[in-house]
Design a protein around this ligand. Sequence first.
Ligand code: JFZ
Length: 468
Amino acid sequence: ASAQNKTMRQQWQHMHSAKKEALTAFQNDRFGMFIHWGLYAIPGGIWKGKKMEEMGVPNVAEWIQLVARIPRQEYADLANKFNPTRFNADTIVLMAKHAGMKYIVITAKHHEGFAMYRSTASGFNIADATPFKRDAVTELYQACKRHGLAFGLYYSHNIDWADGADAQYQETKAINDKKGLPTDSFGANLWDPGKNSFQQYLDKKAIPQVKELLAKYPDLKCIWFDMPGLMTPAQSFRFYKTVYQQQPQIIITQRIGNNMGDYDIPGDNKIPDQAAEFALPWETVGTLNNSWGYKSYDNDWKSPGELLYWLVEIVSKGGNYMLNIGPAADGSVPAQAAANLKAVGQWMQVNSEAIYNTRRYSITHEGPSNLRMDNTEQRQKEGFTLSITPEDFWFTQKNKTVYAIALKAPENRQVTVKTLSIKNRTITRVELLGNGPLPFTQHDNGLHFILPEGPDYTHGFVIKTTGR
Ligand code: JFZ
């Protein structure tokens, strides 16, 4: 059945240009904003005085319900306190836009099972169960329209700690036990199991919610399904079909499960291997500090230089970067997150041409591979410290144009790009982005030019080369 489902899925994908066009548009965008926002923003990583670390899980504040084993009713009561009066969709969308991001993906429902939009399929939602009463997803959707950004949704289709994905574990376990096979309980609500069967959860909540989201937002860019867990091919395919039939242009993450997605998501917060070749377009997601959901005391913010490093590292390898914000329970975005995004935007203002609509070039940066981007301490333990030298170049390509990106300029402003030697490529024109054409020479040992005095080279520079 799995092979059959996959074949059917591929047929659809090839028959319809809508999907193909959407994938190309997605690859052209290169940079987006992820938003993890839900009731978990209220505890912000601390439950009854205990921090995530003390409970054995340092990051992922959006997992606190599982980590602290919070009974489902007690967790649901958080909704009574959810009143994010400082939430302003325009502020967030403009923050993304000014950072140079082209799309936004918000958690319509994360593992906690709480809908951040007005849902008819479940009363456990922001409009019906909170004093706030507003529909945050719709407000963001409309703001994206106003400001010209594409819009997509994250939907936790398998894990639902409020309404029933725990049953899937119990049901699968009963079958596996008979065969003497182990069952992975990861993510299941085992501390306070609900009364729904997994089938009931699918029929009465998950599929209806996906359907209503498709009806509410008729032009979605993507659906970011996550954590397929124990889903069967038929169950994954049901989600795929539901989306496809209503909006064929929507692209779906590989995390729908069972290899049925349209695009790949390599490990979170992780730089894929330099040599990695992906069969599908791909996107790396990353955090600004070390948590997706708001974590009140996490101040391990990546610097603007580090964010730019990850951005060019990913884009030069041919992927998209979706960078996450976790708004607080009052709806505000942490000041340091906003400031760092703004700094990235200043770089993008000058250099975005080397990011948008580009593809991977044949020469890649010899950078870190399979490296986690979050957690500075952990990274240092693994022996990596971010060091950028004037010898480091990243490349992107757009038809006959090749961009060379440096994140650090040499003191004397005399630049050599060794890999752009005359042996590799004949260059006919060199332009410094944000400035203009530069005189240059090209030899066996590389491309040489002198950076003009004047521009700010704090985060390096980008040159655009035309040639054969
Ligand atoms: C999942 C979620 O559980 C998490 O809360 C967050 O939403 C994140 C974006 O996605 O976590 C994952 C899923 C997959 C991997 C790592 C974390 N992975 O494949 O490495």
